[in-house]
Write a protein that binds this ligand. Structure first.
Ligand SMILES: [Zn+2]
Length: 227
């Protein structure tokens, strides 16, 4: 069965792999671009990349309603425990774990991670998912770093990169990231949620075709890419 990844706007994703349903950074209720509401989404697993409100988002409410296993860094798991979410799996940078849907590797991200109430959110991360149909790299919120070249050596069916600039990589550095990662396909995210991260996604996609060997896929919130 194919894996279907649906962009929920900003850095949020709903992934259906086989019978498994996975959410990444579910930021829905307060997102100006989310095509779904937190009350309706289903999840068996929730991945959280860092502690900021636009990534932890609706995690607590969804996890409490669904009982989903939340996979995040140790500090965020501790914080979730204090907010009534007991079903967590703590990781840290460079570590991998096996889950029913595949493998999860917690990768480096150059960002910050304080939680909405000021609690320590540990280190921010990206995720490299080993799914039955291929490897998917979610850079999550990060600046460009040269070690992306090592992440790409896994062989990537898909890379999901921020291009909004200001808080993360912008369009130019995201092109350099694609050159380091060498994914088959790339999707731009963390863009056009607010004026401060407005970018021309179509223009960026044209540059990806001209300057890299990857196929760019520009999604609107609610649209999907299939592995
Ligand atoms: Zn963010």
């Amino acid at each position: 069965m194919a894996t279907e990844l649906t962009w929920l706007g900003h850095g949020s994703w709903a992934i259906r792999s086989g019978q498994h349903r996975i959410l990444l950074d579910p930021f829905l209720s307060d997102s100006p671009t989310a095509p779904a509401v937190a009350e309706n989404v289903q999840a068996e697993f929730i991945l959280i990349s860092h502690g900021h409100a636009d990534h932890v988002g609706d995690c607590v409410a969804i996890a409490r309603r669904t009982g989903a296993l939340v996979i995040a860094n140790f500090e965020i798991c501790q914080w979730l425990g204090r907010h009534g979410v007991e079903n967590t799996h703590a990781m840290n940078l460079g570590g991998s774990c096996r889950q029913p849907f595949g493998t999860v590797k917690m990768t480096l991200a150059h960002h910050s991670s304080m939680l909405p109430d000021g609690a320590c959110g540990g280190n921010p991360c990206g995720f490299l998912l080993g799914l039955p149909e291929g490897n998917v790299y979610f850079a999550c919120d990060t600046g460009l770093f040269y070690d992306m070249k090592l992440i790409g050596e896994a062989g990537l069916a898909l890379a999901v990169l921020p291009i909004g600039d200001n808080f993360t990589m912008g369009p130019d550095d995201a092109i350099r990231a694609v050159q380091l990662l060498q994914p088959e396909r790339v999707v731009p995210v963390h863009v056009n949620t607010w004026p401060v991260i407005e970018q021309d996604e179509r223009g960026w996609a044209r540059r990806i075709r001209d300057e890299t060997s990857a196929e760019p896929i520009v999604l609107a919130p609610g649209q999907s890419v299939t592995l």
